[in-house]
Design a protein around this ligand. Structure first.
Ligand code: NAD
Ligand code: LMR
Length: 345
């Protein structure tokens, strides 16, 4: 399989590319960046795993040949390209720069490898995924089951912090908590699966401990931005999380990722692209078109999704988190979609 990483020389791009180089299903790994990418490719190529790594960097701003060569025949494209936050910034503050980066990269995906699964990491995810969808719609190649906003880091954080809180090893928490909604502050909504033993432990913790846990998941990104003190945002935990989702995609070509015991990872997807998603949007989410929900995958695409309102038992506290998330999420989605409607591709 061929995987392309756009933004491969960056803080996320480099460790993510390393992890992809180790995956036995990857036989071609194409790295695209506007700087320093040949060195990263040469370095990774010395690792004795099957994937052949190629580096692609444009000669100047007008040069589209490098990105097209990177994307050609790609099965999976992962995008951590763009600028990260500095202390005092919100993810929305990144929109002005990252919106056009995503628009231009996704245009090239639509023209070069329209059947690829696309994983968008670049922030603000709540808006960059609608941007990508609108570009693909304009090109007539939008496949909602293959466009994913990567929200796995929220799940990874929720598993880690909940494990600490209830005294369970984090790997045991995987599949017992889902994070739905968006990827920014109070649009991030952790839901504890009440059919599991974790839930009994959660019910025993104090309201303030529960509130602190929710706050830490919602603002975990800020914790890292502050600690890095101007040197960027989460890179290593994001590379791990991005790889976890990319691995799910690659694995889904060999078997469905559906596992009835564990809840599957969530991703931020276009709900009207699915019958069940359309109902979720209209009946429960005030018509919101994009939302992260647990997804089962097959052949790199969404095979089915979970409607949390019908398949989970949601507590009153969790219902409040959902209501609080919707207005902000709606605005970010509209901002993303309007950016493409208003520009020429
Ligand atoms: P970084 O600055 O270290 O790396 C970004 C890379 O993108 C750089 O190498 C840069 O040259 C490259 N780039 C810029 N414009 C490009 C273009 N047009 N084409 C190809 N490459 C281009 O930043 P980072 O820390 O790796 O973060 C990247 C993005 O990921 C940020 O927007 C950040 O907010 C986001 N992020 C998202 C999550 C998430 O959970 N979804 C988590 C962490 C970071
Ligand atoms: C995160 O959640 O760590 C990322 O979205 C990066 C950020 O800006 O917080």
């Amino acid at each position: 399989m061929k995987v392309t990483v756009c933004g491969a020389a960056g803080g996320i791009g480099q460790p993510l590319s390393l992890l992809l180089k180790l995956n036995p299903h990857v036989d071609e790994l194409a790295l695209f960046d506007i700087v320093n990418v040949h060195g990263v490719a040469a370095d990774l190529n010395h690792i004795n795993t099957p994937a052949k790594v190629t580096g692609h960097q444009p000669k100047d701003k007008a040069d589209q040949s490098a990105v097209r060569a990177a994307l050609e025949r790609s099965d999976l494209v992962v995008i951590p390209a763009g600028v990260p936050r500095k202390p005092g910034m919100t993810r929305a503050d990144l929109f002005n720069i990252n919106a056009s980066i995503i628009r231009d990269l996704v245009k090239n995906i639509g023209l070069t490898c329209p059947d690829a699964s696309i994983l968008i990491i670049s922030n603000p995810v709540n808006s960059t995924v609608p941007i990508a969808a609108e570009v693909l719609k304009k090109l007539g190649v939008f496949n909602p089951s293959k466009l994913f906003g990567v929200t796995t880091l929220d799940s990874v954080r929720a598993e880690t912090f909940l494990g600490d809180l209830v005294g369970e090893p984090a790997p045991e928490v995987k599949g017992r908590i889902s994070v739905i909604g968006g990827h920014s502050g109070d649009t991030i909504i952790p839901l504890v699966n009440i059919t599991t033993s974790i839930s009994q432990k959660v019910q025993k913790i104090s309201t303030s401990d529960y509130d602190n846990f929710i706050n830490r998941v919602q603002f975990g990104g800020d914790e890292v931005v502050k600690a890095k003190n101007g040197a960027g945002s989460a890179t290593l935990s994001m590379a791990y999380a991005g790889y976890r989702f990319a691995e799910n995609i690659l694995q889904s070509y060999f078997s469905s990722t559906f596992n009835s015991y564990y809840i599957n990872d969530s991703a931020y997807i276009y709900l009207p692209g699915f019958e069940k998603g359309e109902k979720l949007s209209k009946k429960y989410l005030d018509g919101i078109d994009y939302f992260a929900v647990p997804v089962a995958l097959r052949n790199g695409a969404v095979e089915s999704l979970v409607n949390p309102f019908e398949e989970f038992t949601i507590s009153d506290a969790e219902k409040q988190l959902i209501s609080k998330a919707l207005p902000g999420l709606k605005k970010s989605i509209e901002q993303g979609a309007a950016f493409v409607t208003g520009t020429k591709l």
